[in-house]
Unconditional design. Structure first.
Length: 90
């Protein structure tokens, strides 16, 4: 759903069709995403539309970025260890 909403805002019914699940199930997913601050929805008549909340997505991006550098260091260290072991086996 995040990927689909990243393309453009969508109606809940359209998301249900795309995902092959019920409108009720999409509504439950949207509520969770709204509570997490990742999606905003609005209702116009009988149609509920959803879109990504860019502020929430920026927070996720920052969180991932902070962890990425730690994982990069760990993977670099692992790469060094594996290279050393390969050289020792030659």
């Amino acid at each position: 759903m995040i990927e689909r909403l990243g393309e453009r805002p969508r109606a809940v019914s359209a998301l249900a069709d795309m995902c092959g699940i019920t409108v009720t199930a999409v509504g439950q997913h949207i509520r969770v995403l709204e509570e997490a601050g990742l999606v905003a929805s609005s209702k116009l008549g009988r149609v509920r539309s959803c879109q990504l909340d860019l502020d929430g997505m920026k927070i996720v991006e920052q969180w991932l970025s902070e962890r990425r550098s730690a994982w990069d260091r760990r993977l670099d260290a692992l790469g060094s260890v594996l290279s050393s072991q390969q050289e020792g086996n030659r």
